[in-house]
Design a protein around this ligand. Structure first.
Ligand SMILES: [Zn+2]
Length: 211
């Protein structure tokens, strides 16, 4: 999805325009993006590279100027780079809020599913351009995968931003490091509560069957 938006951004820039994503959606096998052309080109700060450290699992955004010295902040090892990609927000939060207002005039039986889904889109919109799978947090921490909503709550209690993501039901997006996620997961292994997490894939299935 970020490759697609990045390609659109580059094409627009070559023609003297700017571009911003309004709404982006991944559903099963289909990527859909809605973008707005802007009258002037923008800074390329959101069109850059994403680095991943295979040793410790951390991610880092890398600008064009720092490509030749992209190393992991945790251990100094070279990063594997992807890109150039769109690294900015996937959705315009104001537009998502306007969609939520429209949902209020739909039949009431569809409203809860759509509102939950839109809440998820708004929450993930401008979080970092990567996510941490719960399975990887568990594997690297040598424990069972953490409960998603419990980990999100723990991260937020520590002052981090964190959210589920519609891109993967078993993953989180956060501005915290993977190491922080592992540390908090270890300290939150027990007890398990009755949290009923928002599963975006389930929501999409329910939505399709209700239309
Ligand atoms: Zn590393």
């Amino acid at each position: 999805m970020r490759l697609l938006i990045g390609s659109l951004w580059q094409t627009a820039a070559m023609r003297g325009f700017g571009l911003e994503p309004i709404f982006s959606h991944f559903g099963i096998q289909t990527y859909r993006v809605m973008v707005r052309l802007l009258p002037r080109p923008q800074s390329s700060s959101h069109y850059a590279f994403l680095g991943h450290c295979h040793s410790c699992g951390e991610y880092k955004t890398v600008s064009w100027r720092k490509l030749s010295r992209a190393v992991c902040d945790q251990d100094g090892l070279p990063l594997t780079l992807s890109g150039p990609l769109w690294l900015g927000a996937l959705h315009k939060v104001e537009f998502v809020r306007q969609m939520a207002e429209v949902v209020n005039i739909l039949p009431s039986d569809r409203q809860p599913i759509l509102q939950d889904l839109l809440q998820l889109f708004a929450a993930e919109a401008d979080l970092p351009p990567y996510h941490f799978p719960l399975g990887e947090i568990g594997r690297r921490g040598q424990m069972d995968p953490p409960k998603r909503d419990r980990l999100i709550a723990a991260l937020q209690a520590q002052g981090h931003r964190a959210s589920a993501t519609h891109l993967c039901a078993q993953a989180i997006k956060t501005d915290a490091t993977l190491q922080t996620c592992i540390h908090l997961s270890r300290s939150n292994i027990n007890p398990i509560d009755n949290v009923n997490p928002i599963n975006s894939i389930d929501l999409l299935h329910k939505l399709r069957s209700s239309l």
